[in-house]
Design a protein around this ligand. Structure first.
Ligand SMILES: [Zn+2]
Length: 145
């Protein structure tokens, strides 16, 4: 099959997919037509996307016209201004303290740091003690003891 624009042969796979033009920039620009896509917002989940083409597109357009995707307003009961709400007192947990420093681990990290090793190299060498990146960074910036 030949490209409708430049007349070159189109890849067979491409022709089988229904393309009538080749992949040359000029031919694509000339022939490609974009899709019109609508995003349908959903409640509590990702939006749905519908290509407005073919039967599915027609259906989506019809649904939209008929208000299928319109959300009814939420009606909240109004309380009079004098209503006394019983608001429970809630205490917030204190922020978790940082994990205590393990002196031997810190010594290991700082010794390597003193030899000029970076975080990645220290992580690699300390892998046998399951050092984490955040731990290494913390020890590297900690005051020396
Ligand atoms: Zn072409």
């Amino acid at each position: 099959m030949k490209c409708v624009t430049c007349g070159d042969e189109i890849l067979q796979e491409r022709a089988e997919l229904g393309f009538t033009y080749c992949t040359r920039k000029a031919c694509v620009r000339e022939n490609a037509k974009g899709f019109t896509v609508v995003e349908i917002g959903q409640t509590k989940t990702n939006a749905e996307y519908v290509v407005l083409e073919g039967a599915a597109g027609e259906r989506a357009l019809k649904d939209m016209r008929e208000g299928k995707y319109r959300r009814d307003p939420v009606v909240v009961k109004r309380e009079s201004a004098t209503t006394d709400f019983d608001v429970p007192k809630v205490g917030f947990r204190k922020a978790k303290a940082q994990r205590p420093v393990a002196p031997n681990r810190m010594k290991f990290v700082q010794a390597l740091q003193a030899q000029g090793f970076g975080v990645d190299e220290i992580l690699r060498r300390g892998s046998y003690m399951n050092l984490t990146r955040s731990e290494v960074v913390r020890y590297m910036s900690a005051r020396r003891r």
